[in-house]
Design a protein around this ligand. Sequence first.
Ligand code: GTP
Length: 194
Amino acid sequence: MAAPPSRARADYDYLIKLLLIGDSGVGKSCLLLRFSDGSFTTSFITTIGIDFKIRTIELDGKRIKLQIWDTAGQERFRTITTAYYRGAMGILLVYDVTDESSFNNIRNWIRNIEQHASDNVNKVLVGNKADMDESKRSAKTNLNVEEVFFSIARDIKQRLADSDARVEPNAIKIGQQDQADGSAANAQKAGCCG
Ligand code: GTP
């Protein structure tokens, strides 16, 4: 019997960490459930602190492992949730199209990003509960849910590929044979949380 490889190969080319933020009740957990499990629930179980799910997608022949962090919208969890901003490569700012205050609060969420996230973090604004109003995205009907995650993942992958290309000429590579792609190693190191 052949000996197993000393270290398993990474099962992805890029690891991308995303964060969902927005007021409590706008549907962040439902969006994530829809994207990761393809399901929806009408019951509202508010997130306690933080939760995450994984889904691996394929983009341009590369395997992209999405690690998606779902934060609690409630103020009392703010200290815990802001600790996760720094490791995020992309942030989905979610509001409820039927709740104007959740949209007005987006400016406060952006301020939080400016204070706690990396400068080059990718951002996308998501108007949820479109089934209740005419707008863009809904976890309930799956309208544009795939599109929003794929579009931010594509932008981040491009950014990572561009920064890899910039480092490439003078970089000394050590232990590359165990990585499916150098970007996976870079991506893993980039985050502090999770
Ligand atoms: P916190 O965890 O407290 O931050 O809330 P959240 O933003 O994660 O909200 P959650 O996903 O738990 O959804 C809150 C409520 O909105 C639930 O009752 C969901 O069923 C409902 N909901 C979420 N998405 C949609 C949607 O697209 N359409 C409709 N009609 N209801 C939705």
